[in-house]
Design a protein around this ligand. Structure first.
Ligand code: MLT
Length: 395
């Protein structure tokens, strides 16, 4: 008999966003007259920018021509893209990251999941609560479920947990945070870097939302912190930065200095990727590369400003209704405390059934999210305004 991975039995029955999609589908089937406004999953709504589309067309023509056709590319990404990532996302901001420390991939979600296999199962894993469910679920899947140390994030610690008393080996941090939208200060991240270096731990830093940072002095990368090169891995994505959720392109940064047990993580990841992954399509990498031109930058920044305007509108409207609201300033997410401590799924159901608006219930991100809901600002401005109008009527 084939034995199965019993750890799958430790998971919740389905992935958070699949659960929500099912409820929304049921609602739509019974309420066809009211159009649903989706502020749940953080999925971009604006089309690809014109520089990106131009690059896609040109790259498609390259593939149609025997002179420029590409077969397998380097698993870790083409140099043209890795060079631009190193220059624009790091070096120009005074951060020392080299081309061969960047691994281009099909998504930060898959990288966050796949990286778990580089580490021993006996590592203690520090995970925030609430949290992007992928960090939690993938550690359970691989068999580390009993070794997870949850770090409560609440209003009293501004959703940025203190270092746990128990010693931990792997630490997941995400700033700007999904789901709460809060950011970290440099001083706060310095504490974690110091802890990680002193305890030979590794920080897995998800900065998929860095492009949404509007305030000065908010770090965009863990590598802005001295000492991070010997204790951190960073995940970044083109999904939210450039509207690539349907195109798929991201990257992971692993400094050469990062090693444990005499093994270098950069080499391990290279070995893993070259064995299990054939790289991101040439066409998609050309499209990603297009955002680094002057015009490309201008266009993606305009789109981000558009979503941030929505986030701001939601934040102001909800605060105006007397609700406690977090995030929205440096993040596409607005994290809202439910009225009178209502359970988040109950509040989700009320908003869906009475207003036809989809949010994400906070408890889907962990028990500390139970009295919160999350609104995503990835929508049109008109839909955002309409969603808030409908919300006002049910409150
Ligand atoms: C979210 O809504 O939290 C995001 O869509 C998650 C993701 O990027 O996978």
């Amino acid at each position: 008999m084939a034995n199965l991975n019993k750890h799958y039995g430790e998971l919740k029955a389905s992935y958070l966003f699949s659960d929500i999609a099912k409820r929304v589908k049921e609602y739509e089937a019974t309420n066809p007259e009211l159009s649903v406004i989706r502020c749940g999953i953080g999925d971009v709504t604006m089309p690809l920018t014109s520089e990106v589309v131009k690059a896609l067309h040109k790259a498609t023509d390259d593939m149609a021509n025997s002179e420029t056709f590409k077969g397998y590319g380097p698993e870790q990404g083409y140099d043209f893209l890795r060079n631009n990532i190193a220059k624009f996302d790091y070096n120009d901001r005074g951060i020392d990251i080299k081309n061969d420390e960047i691994f281009v991939s099909d998504g930060a979600k898959s990288d966050c999941a796949n990286i778990t296999e580089l580490f021993g199962l006996d590592n203690k894993v520090a995970i925030c609560d609430p949290v992007y469910p992928v960090y939690n679920d993938t550690n359970i899947m691989i068999g580390r479920g009993q070794n997870i140390v949850y770090m409560d994030c609440n209003e009293s610690n501004n959703f940025s947990p203190e270092i746990p008393d128990e010693k931990v080996d792997l630490i997941y941090l995400c700033f700007p945070n999904n789901p709460t939208g809060v950011t970290a200060t440099k001083e706060y991240l310095e504490k974690w870097v110091k802890y990680a270096n002193e305890n030979e731990a590794i920080i897995l830093y998800d900065s998929a939302y860095e492009a949404f940072i509007t305030e000065k002095d908010v770090p965009k990368s863990i590598f802005e912190i001295d000492g991070a090169r010997t204790c951190a891995i960073e995940f970044r994505s083109f999904s939210k930065t450039a509207g690539f959720t349907g195109l798929r392109c991201a990257y992971t940064v692993i400094p050469k200095e990062l090693e444990r047990n005499g093994m270098k993580l950069n080499q391990m990841w290279l070995r893993r990727q070259t064995t299990k992954f054939n790289g991101v399509p040439y066409i998609v990498q050309c499209a990603a590369n297009a955002i680094f031109s002057e015009q490309g930058q201008k266009e993606v920044k305009e789109n981000i400003a558009y979503y941030l305007r929505n986030a701001n509108y939601m934040k102001e409207t909800l605060e105006g209704l007397g609700l406690k609201v977090y995030g929205g300033t440096n993040a596409p997410y607005v994290w809202v405390k439910t009225p009178n401590g209502m359970n988040s799924w109950d509040f989700f159901d009320i908003i869906l059934n009475k207003a036809g608006v989809v949010c994400t219930p906070g408890s889907g991100f962990g028990k500390c999210g139970d009295e919160y809901i999350r609104f995503s600002s990835f929508n049109s401005y008109e839909n955002t305004v309409e969603a808030m109008e409908r919300f006002k009527k049910v409150l």
